[in-house]
Write a protein that binds this ligand. Structure first.
Ligand code: G1P
Length: 357
């Protein structure tokens, strides 16, 4: 069994964060989203992994994951080029996959129960594909599977106007190499893409059985800022205490907290977990870091109160203000304007930024 992580896409819904890097490297609980996919594959015993790259962030992803040895896997990079759909991306990996079965994992998806059950279930039978499903409230936004009373998959349809069920295909699939012939026969959908959902429907019509596995734990597609905050909350609520940095006397630290190497929580700072503070970061006196917050590396927080927020890192937040539900990009600076004239907020904001005052 091989692994395929799809890491193309433009990240348009995550602008401005994705103006300077691919969405797959946005950190959740101080770890880039794509690393969760690598770890899930590794934990399912899959170490030969192909990473399919689009135009955006090619170099950054290769630089970050390297040859995979830091993660105990072996990574091969495959260039998709134009973003013509998930099935197109899978099709570009035909030579890499060869005659093996493979797991295809969307590089911006994250789920807490891992993929071993899905893989084991696929391997126990004789299937053309295995799909992971979860019930959703908005089935029009997903690929949807129809199943009969025995939970046998009978039909698949991408973003249906009139959904036959609310069972969404989440971004993790297992395929036999038969899928490549099915992909070659596909026509672009209304959105101009070769849909992986259509390829699975094609396998079904070819007479292959499709295995399905309903995912009970949480799953998140981290396409939008609010999804990043939600994924960050879900990961932090399951993390364990890890105190590598320094907590000075007089600092108040409660709840589950991770404090990275050479990070410092100074006297008079208050931290209420679950919180993750990355290496080299300083939380100064008078600052408050509240639940579901991740502060990236080499950052200074001085005086601010921050909750339910992701600060990506290399930043300085030195104002005496309350910051909540925010996603703050790398190398940002938020300082106080108190005492400056004329009185007022001052911004240097990039394209597609969003500010609520
Ligand atoms: C894609 C797939 C869809 C699937 C979803 C999971 O949708 O086309 O079938 O349900 O991922 O996140 P997209 O993110 O391209 O809208």
């Amino acid at each position: 069994m091989k692994g395929l992580i799809l890491s193309g896409g433009t990240g348009s819904r995550l602008r401005p964060i994705t103006h300077t890097g691919p969405k797959q490297l946005v950190p959740v609980a101080n770890k880039p989203v794509i690393e969760y996919a690598v770890e899930d594959l590794k934990n399912a015993g899959i170490t030969e992994i192909g990473v399919v790259l689009g135009h955006k962030g090619r170099e950054e992803i290769q630089e970050h994951l390297g040859d995979g040895s830091d993660y105990g896997v072996e990574i091969t990079y495959i260039i998709q080029g134009n973003p013509l759909g998930l099935a197109h991306a899978a099709g570009t990996a035909r030579d890499f996959v060869g005659d093996d079965d493979f797991v295809m994992y969307l590089g911006d998806n994250i789920l807490n129960e891992g993929i071993s059950e899905l893989v084991d279930s696929f391997e126990a039978g004789n299937y053309g594909a295995g799909i992971a499903l979860q019930r959703v409230d908005n089935p029009q936004a997903f690929g949807i599977a129809d199943v009969d009373d025995d939970e046998t998959v009978t039909r698949l349809v991408e973003k249906p106007d009139d959904p036959p069920s609310n069972l969404a295909l989440i971004g993790i699939y297992v395929f036999s190499p038969a899928v490549f012939d099915a992909i070659e026969r596909l026509e672009p959908s209304w959105r101009g893409e070769l849909e992986i959902t259509d390829a699975i429907q094609e396998l079904l019509e070819d007479g292959f059985a499709i295995d399905s596995h309903t995912v009970d734990g949480w799953w998140k597609d981290t396409g939008k800022p609010k999804d990043i905050l939600e994924a960050n909350r879900l990961v932090l609520q399951d993390t364990e205490q890890l105190l590598t940095g320094t907590i000075k006397d007089g600092a108040e630290v409660t709840g589950t907290v991770q404090i990275g190497e050479s990070a410092t929580v100074q006297n008079g700072a208050v931290i209420r977990g679950p919180v993750s503070i990355d290496s080299g970061t300083t939380i100064a006196s008078g600052s408050y870091i509240g639940p579901y917050t991740s502060i990236g590396p080499n950052t200074t927080i001085d005086g601010a109160h921050i909750e339910n927020t992701v600060v990506i890192g290399e930043s300085r937040i030195t104002c005496d203000e309350k910051i909540v539900n925010s996603l703050i990009g790398r190398a940002s600076e938020i300082e106080s304007a108190k005492g400056l004239l004329p009185d007022g907020h001052r911004f240097v904001i990039g394209e597609n930024s969003n500010v609520k005052l």
